[in-house]
Design a protein around this ligand. Structure first.
Ligand SMILES: Nc1ncnc2c1ncn2[C@@H]1O[C@H](COP(=O)(O)OP(=O)(O)OP(=O)(O)O)[C@@H](O)[C@H]1O
Ligand SMILES: [Mg+2]
Length: 239
């Protein structure tokens, strides 16, 4: 068995108000898995994703991702870790509206010190693969939601992340755009990308994930493998 990409062990997180957000959570994810995290609002899904992303730290327990003890990183270390090891996509895309599509995608590579020419070449290739090459010089505000999310995916993939994290990647999309993003996630998974997605979208979980983890009240209530993805309906992403 390969080294796990994610290993959460006995993770607890208690915010000052209210009940514990995560209670003794242990979870191991191996390379190539596509995991959907489901659960009611307030159950701790985003808190768990933030732990994995190094955006928050557990009160106790350990978080290891791609060989890095994420719970031990300081702020600079966590930023470097996010840059080098993970790609993130969000419900509302989080693109920089005053940068062009190309510059948004190039940014993470520039922050690692990659030469601008090389970064632009790599970004252009990704945008071509994701079917949005014609928009390279556009500003994100001009694009549809589905197109914006594809730009966000290109940006997330720019530094060849060991892990792609998604928090409600279809949450702000109409159903057609949502389908495009799902098709894209299926393709990335088929290419071997390890993916963890938090979602309320059951079809996203059913069609894009090989494993579904359900969180209730800060604890893992079930963990089901559904390999291969239930619906093997790979839709060709529009080029
Ligand atoms: N920064 C914070 N400060 C205080 N409490 C927090 C903070 N972040 C989360 N919580 C609390 O922790 C619990 C879990 O929140 P979390 O955001 O992880 O839920 P979620 O499962 O992602 O919910 P949703 O589906 O609504 O996004 C909730 O009770 C929430 O109010
Ligand atoms: Mg959330």
């Amino acid at each position: 068995m390969t080294e796990p990409v994610i290993e959460l062990s006995g993770v607890n997180r208690h915010f000052i108000d209210g009940p514990a957000a995560l209670r003794d959570v242990s979870l191991t994810v191996h390379a190539g898995e596509a995991v959907a995290i489901l659960g009611p609002s307030g159950s701790g899904k985003s808190t768990m994703l933030n732990m994995i992303a190094g955006l928050d730290r557990p009160d106790s327990g350990t978080v290891t991702v791609a060989g890095v003890r994420v719970d031990k990183l300081n702020e600079a270390g966590a930023a470097r870790y996010r840059r080098n090891k993970i790609g993130m996509i969000f419900q509302f895309f989080n693109l920089l509206d005053d940068l062009t599509v190309l510059d948004n995608v190039v940014l993470p590579a520039e922050m690692t010190g990659m030469a601008r020419g090389e970064a632009r070449k790599h970004a252009t290739g990704l945008l071509e693969t994701l079917g949005i090459a014609k928009h390279v010089r556009a500003y994100p505000g001009r694009l549809s939601g589905g197109e914006r999310q594809r730009v966000a995916v290109a940006r997330a993939l720019m530094n060849h992340p060991a892990l792609l994290l998604a928090d409600e990647p279809t949450g702000a999309l109409d159903s057609a755009s949502g389908e495009e993003v799902k098709a894209l996630l299926r393709e990335l998974h088929a290419d071997g990308q390890t993916i963890v997605m938090v979602t309320h979208d059951l079809t996203l979980a059913q069609t894009c994930a090989t494993r579904t983890v359900r969180i209730v009240d800060g604890q893992i209530a079930s963990d089901t493998r559904t390999h291969p993805p239930a619906a093997d309906t790979r839709v060709e992403v529009a080029r």
